[in-house]
Design a protein around this ligand. Structure first.
Ligand code: NCD
Ligand code: ZN
Length: 421
């Protein structure tokens, strides 16, 4: 073997002391004992598949004061994420071939972990979906009209039909615009913000999506579900719909304390604790398929005035560490954590990662399970709502067999991340 990594690994849903043999960046063999040119023995430390984050906003190009593709992917690596999917609301937005190529030229130079790119769907580019699908990993529809990349729900059937033919996944931000319009625009605080974008708007959007999906087999992913009402609006037997939830909708609510109130402003809004509990239960038991960070950083100064603050919470670096802590405290079985952070995102988005099995990319995280308080993070925005919270960071991270984090230090390389389609 070129390389062997030994430790207490999660293989076929069981922890076992074993050796993982790696050739050409892929897992080639898993055995009790293997010999390799390079050999790392992590003793009793846990070896898990690295996380896959299917929802981040790395702001490159156009808003690199908030984040860029280098800082974003480096932060991902520190948080044990070996693959991210980047959202299209950059400047210019990823909605045509030129802008997609422009983004690719940037990401190729800067990515430190693997990545895929979402193409945003607009009323004008539906006809270009087949061509865009050659270079993007998935498509995104944004139903609220507050962003330049938005889409009218009346056109959903056309978009679904077009994306279905590409066999790619269509991710949807499900808040209904007509419903949002019925409410006042400005909210002075987190509590009122939750009510100008009520759960009803999420539910209305979901009802429209489900109706548009009739007689279609295309795969739809509902991004960041935030409320009990929305959860109930999705029929139990919907094989072509997957559901994501964010750490902030699980761990934070509109009464949570934030150093700056604007840090808690996000779309969909933070709800009440009962919603967090219901979502957590659904995530634990399988009604929710995966966890995505919706890493949406903004600068501290932008977040200062609540009414004007742009919505968005950073999270790519803290998701796995917060979840490892939950596992340590017995709030979630280790196997389920790996399912929602690694396996399911890999399976649903057709990424050859997310599980320690032969043939998969050797994307691994290694942890000694020692908890610490979240202090210094590597994302550019310089703040996190989880500052001071307990978490467990991996000390070592491999991407396709290459170490990118070693003793919690970044040892990867700018530009080593590969684009997946
Ligand atoms: C997103 C962002 O900042 O890009 N923010 C967020 O709160 N999720 C965009 C958006 O969904 O409004
Ligand atoms: Zn988002």
């Amino acid at each position: 073997m070129e390389q062997v990594i030994e430790g207490n690994a999660l293989v076929e849903n069981k922890l076992c002391k074993c050796s993982i043999g790696i050739e050409d960046g892929k897992i080639a063999q898993i055995k009790k004992i293997l010999h390799g040119k390079k050999h790392f023995n992590y003793q009793e430390n846990l070896i898990l598949p690295a996380a896959i984050d299917v929802h981040v906003h790395f702001r490159d190009p156009g808003m690199t004061r908030k984040e860029d593709f280098y800082t974003g992917t480096k932060a991902a690596a520190h948080g044990g994420v070996s693959c991210i999917l980047d959202m299209p609301n950059t400047n210019p937005p990823t909605i045509n071939q030129d802008f997609l190529d422009k983004k690719i030229r940037i990401t190729e130079k800067k990515a430190c972990v693997d990545y895929g790119i979402y193409a945003g769907i607009t009323k004008d580019n539906i006809k270009h979906i087949p061509r865009l699908s050659k270079k993007c990993k998935a498509f995104k529809i944004y139903l609220p009209k507050t962003q330049q990349v938005s889409f009218s729900s009346t056109l959903l059937p056309q978009a679904i039909t077009a994306v279905e033919k590409t066999k790619k996944i269509l991710a949807i931000h499900a808040e209904d615009d007509t419903c949002l319009q019925e409410h006042t625009k400005k909210a002075p605080d987190l509590y009122s913000y939750a009510f100008i974008r009520p759960p009803k708007c999420e539910k209305v959007a979901l009802t429209k999506i489900i109706k548009s999906l009739k007689n279609h087999q295309g795969r739809i992913h509902i991004c960041h579900l935030s409320s009990r009402q929305a959860l109930q609006a999705i029929p139990k037997s919907s094989p072509n719909i997957s559901i994501g939830v964010t750490p902030h909708h699980l761990f934070l609510n509109y009464c949570s304390h934030f150093k700056v109130p604007g840090y808690g402003k996000v779309n969909p809004p933070l709800r009440e604790q009962k919603d967090c509990d219901a979502l957590f239960q659904a995530m634990k038991t399988g009604a929710i398929d995966l966890v995505e960070s919706d890493h949406a950083p903004h600068t501290k100064s932008e977040k200062n005035s609540f009414p004007d603050a742009p919505p968005g919470i950073p999270g790519v670096e803290t998701t796995l560490p917060l979840f490892l802590w939950l596992v340590k405290k017995d709030h979630l079985p280790l196997q389920r954590m790996v399912e929602v952070l690694s396996k399911k995102p890999g399976e649903l988005f057709n990424i050859n990662k997310g599980d320690i099995k032969v043939g998969h990319d050797a994307d691994l995280v290694i942890t000694d399970f020692k908890e610490e308080k979240i202090k210094h993070l590597h994302q550019k925005c310089g703040w996190s709502p989880y500052q001071g919270k307990k978490a467990i960071f991996p000390h070592t991270v491999f991407v396709r067999g290459t170490k990118v984090i070693d003793e919690k230090e970044f040892v990867g390389e700018k530009g080593m991340g590969k684009r997946i389609t």
